[in-house]
Design a binder for this molecule. Structure first.
Ligand SMILES: [Zn+2]
Ligand SMILES: [Zn+2]
Length: 254
C-alpha cells in the first residue's frame, strides 16, 4: 500500500478524437504520486469521452531509468483511480467552465424549477446553485434526455431571451411548464361548468397544440379550445389561455 500519497493530476484531454496513427497513443493525463510521475494514455483509435476508455488506459512511468516502462503495480491502479476521479469532476463542472452550450451557437442556461432564469449569457455558474428569488433548486439540462438547456444565442442581446418551456431535444416540458400543465389538468377536472366530454376535448386539444405547435391543424385546435373555454370558470380560462399563448411564443422564437 502507498500510505497517504501526495497526488496531483493534470488532465490533457477529456474528449478523444483518435490519434490518426496506430502507433501513436493519445495522452489523457499526467499523474504525480509522491515523487513519481506517470503518463496516462488512451489507445490511438479511442474516440469520445476519455472516461469511457478507462479500462484500456495505459499507464507509464516518466523520467529517468523507468522512462515509458508500463506500470503494473499498485501505482498503476492508484493513477487510474485518480484520473477517473479527475475526469468525473471535470465533466460535472463542465458547464461551469465556460458557459457555452455544446451546440456552439448558444450560451448555456441555468433555470430554477419554478422558471426563474439564473444564467443565459455565457457566464460560468455553479450547477448545484439554488434560485436567488425563490430558493428552488436549479437545472441546466432536460431531466429526461439530459440535453443542456439553451441560453441566449452567442453575440445576441441576452435581454431578448425568453424562458424555454419545452426541451428542444426530446420535446418534453421543463419542470416549470410541467407544473403549469398539472395545475391546468387539476383545474380542468374540477370545473363543473364543463361536461366530461368538453373537459376531455379541451385536454386533448391542448396536448395536440403543445406536442407539435407548428402542425397545420393547430389554428383550428386553438379555436376549439377558445370555444370550449367560453363556458369554463375564470381561473381555468386564464391558465389555459396562458399555456396556449406561451406555446405560440415558443414557435415565433424558434
Ligand atoms: Zn426561482
Ligand atoms: Zn429532453
Amino acid at each position: 500500500m502507498i500510505s497517504n500519497p501526495n497526488t496531483k493530476v493534470v488532465i490533457d484531454q477529456s474528449n478523444l478524437t483518435g490519434s490518426g496513427n496506430a502507433a501513436l497513443l493519445q495522452s489523457v493525463a499526467t499523474v504525480y504520486i509522491n515523487q513519481r510521475e506517470f503518463r496516462v494514455y488512451a489507445p490511438s483509435a479511442a474516440k469520445g469521452k476519455a472516461i469511457d476508455w478507462l479500462p484500456q488506459f495505459k499507464i507509464r512511468r516518466t523520467g529517468g531509468y523507468f522512462e515509458n516502462e508500463e506500470q503494473q503495480d499498485e501505482y498503476k491502479e492508484l493513477a487510474r483511480h485518480l484520473v477517473k476521479e479527475a475526469l468525473e469532476e471535470q465533466s460535472q463542472n463542465q458547464v461551469t467552465a465556460d458557459g457555452t452550450h455544446p451546440d456552439g451557437i448558444h450560451c448555456s442556461a441555468q433555470i430554477c424549477k419554478q422558471g426563474h432564469i439564473q444564467h443565459r449569457d455565457g457566464m460560468p455558474f455553479d450547477p448545484k446553485a439554488h434560485c436567488t428569488k425563490c430558493g428552488a433548486s436549479c437545472v441546466h439540462e432536460c431531466q429526461y434526455c439530459k440535453e443542456p438547456i439553451r441560453g441566449s444565442r452567442i453575440y445576441q442581446d441576452p435581454r431578448a431571451y425568453a424562458l424555454p418551456l419545452f426541451c428542444h431535444g426530446c420535446g418534453r416540458a421543463y419542470p416549470w411548464m410541467e407544473d403549469k400543465l398539472q395545475t391546468a389538468r387539476r383545474l380542468l377536472d374540477h370545473d363543473d361548468k364543463l361536461s366530461y366530454e368538453e373537459r376531455e376535448e379541451l385536454w386533448n386539444d391542448l396536448q395536440y397544440v403543445m406536442s407539435d405547435p407548428k402542425a397545420d391543424l393547430v389554428p383550428a385546435k386553438k379555436k376549439l379550445i377558445e370555444i370550449n373555454l367560453a363556458k369554463a370558470g375564470a381561473v381555468l380560462k386564464d391558465v389555459f389561455t396562458d399555456i396556449v399563448a406561451k406555446t405560440s411564443a415558443e414557435i415565433i422564437k424558434g
